[in-house]
Design a protein around this ligand. Structure first.
Ligand code: UD1
Length: 420
């Protein structure tokens, strides 16, 4: 396993480019199971999670060629309906092969992904959705078994106690593309990645409208064909670099970012005194000497993203007051608190909230990354802390940030990677 060594305080300047969206790539790759024709996906980020999804597609019987940022998925004989535990357990995103396998083959056996450090993460909404479309669903030996000769369109209310489900919406939308008749998903997730998936499916010949809103309507079609699609930029990677620029008082340029997808973040930045200049796909950040504290609550899109909560907690640890950070999407997503505290941050947890008392400076320390976004928060803290920070278990970071070491080194960061 690798660890990152960061010597904090090096000035960051220049330009960074944001990669293609991880959370759009995963369901779009799963959607290629809906056709026997060839699909070409461009601007794909080279990440551990993308590799896992490619491995999963191959294990299901697809042929996949991956050249730089372009993936070509081709037919390689019959597709098998079993998504194995070994692959699904390493990445929750694998659950989104359930809908495509079921609707295309009439059956699917997909390992239950299990929990992870950010919370329990059930799949009841995925199950509820495919049952509403007429599938018979059972759980056996840690696998979801779903069967239906032909799915039938239905009206599905798809929110749970914490609101809509992003991958749940993706799964049901994909299942409904080849179902008989009309499906209406009420309280669908509005995340841009769901819109991106719907656009890809429509390119394949699906008839979907309303995506991007809480009511998605899908008219089933007989078959889908291949498509050639260019992935949007990763809004969470983009938001992470915006927060890093503000935290480090750096005015590097962020390129290939769709800032219109970060309205909630932009609003919050205004409250803490940060100004952002955005034009087309380019952003510059200007932060004051002292940041103001501001409390936030995470919500499904277009609310403040839970995937930027840890990074925002890091920046709030360096303000001149107290802020409260509440996560309604994943109320247990606070593993970064203990590690940031090792670097001198003053944070305590109360239920689903973190209470952050700003300090003047952080100091480098050995810390351990617990999950993807918590790792990003630790990197940000390490880059502005006094002295040396060692971050263990950085493979989490490699799941979601493409070439992160190189991007940071190019900005002037003193960062290196070593084997543990
Ligand atoms: C996706 C993102 C993840 C992001 C999350 C929320 C991918 C690959 N991952 O995960 O980065 O943090 O959206 O924006 O796109 N829930 C249920 N029952 C279900 C499914 C979910 O109760 O069947 C709950 C979850 O526990 C959570 C909430 O719904 O509290 C939202 O989860 P969901 O949107 O499903 O997250 P993912 O789609 O897995």
């Amino acid at each position: 396993m690798d660890k990152l060594i960061i010597n904090g305080g090096c000035p960051l300047k220049g330009e960074v480019r944001i990669s293609g969206s991880k959370n759009a790539t995963l369901p779009i790759l799963a959607a290629t199971l809906l056709t026997d024709e060839t699909c070409v996906i461009r601007n794909v980020p080279r990440l551990l999670d993308t590799h896992t999804m490619v491995k999963l597609l191959k294990s299901l019987g697809k042929r996949v060629d991956w050249d730089k940022d372009r993936i070509i998925v081709m037919s390689n004989g019959p597709v098998n309906p079993v998504a194995d535990y070994k692959l699904v357990s390493t990445m929750r995103g694998s659950i989104c092969v359930l809908g495509p396998l079921l609707t295309k083959l009439g059956e699917a056996k997909v390992s239950l992904p299990g929990g992870c450090v950010i919370g329990v993460r059930p799949v009841d909404l995925h199950q509820k959705g495919i049952e509403a479309l007429g599938a018979k669903v059972t759980t056996e030996g840690g696998y979801i078994l779903a069967r239906a000769k032909k799915l039938k369109g239905a009206r599905v209310y798809l929110a749970g106690a914490s609101g809509p489900s992003v991958l749940g919406t993706a799964n049901i939308m994909m299942a409904a593309t080849l179902a008989q008749g009309e499906t209406i998903i009420e309280c669908a997730a509005c995340e841009p990645e769901v819109e991106e998936l719907a656009n890809f499916l429509n390119e394949m010949g699906a008839r979907i409208r309303g995506h991007g809103s809480p009511r998605i309507v899908i008219q089933g079609v007989k078959r889908l064909h291949g498509a050639d699609y260019r992935m949007c930029f990763d809004r969470i990677e983009g938001g992470t670099f915006v927060l890093l620029a503000a935290m480090a008082r750096a005015n590097f340029v962020i390129r290939d970012i769709d800032y219109s997808q970060l309205t909630a973040l932009d609003d919050v930045l205004g409250h803490i005194g940060v100004r952002v200049q955005a034009e087309r796909n380019l952003v510059r950040v200007k932060a004051p000497k002292v940041l103001k504290p501001f409390s936030i609550t995470t919500y499904p899109y277009p609310g403040f993203p839970t995937d930027l909560q840890a990074q925002y907690t890091a920046i709030m640890s360096l303000t001149n007051g107290v802020s409260v950070i509440r996560d309604t999407v994943f109320p247990d997503r606070f593993m970064h608190i203990a590690e940031l505290s090792r670097m001198g941050a003053r944070i305590r947890r109360e239920g689903g909230s973190a209470i952050v008392e700003g300090v003047k400076a952080l100091s480098g320390a050995p810390v351990t990354a617990s999950d993807l976004r918590a790792s990003a928060a630790l990197v940000m803290a390490g880059l502005v802390a006094k002295g040396r920070t060692e971050i263990r278990r950085v493979y989490h970071l490699d799941r979601g940030y493409e070439n992160i070491d190189k991007k940071l080194i190019d900005l002037g960061a003193c960062i290196s990677r070593e084997k543990e």
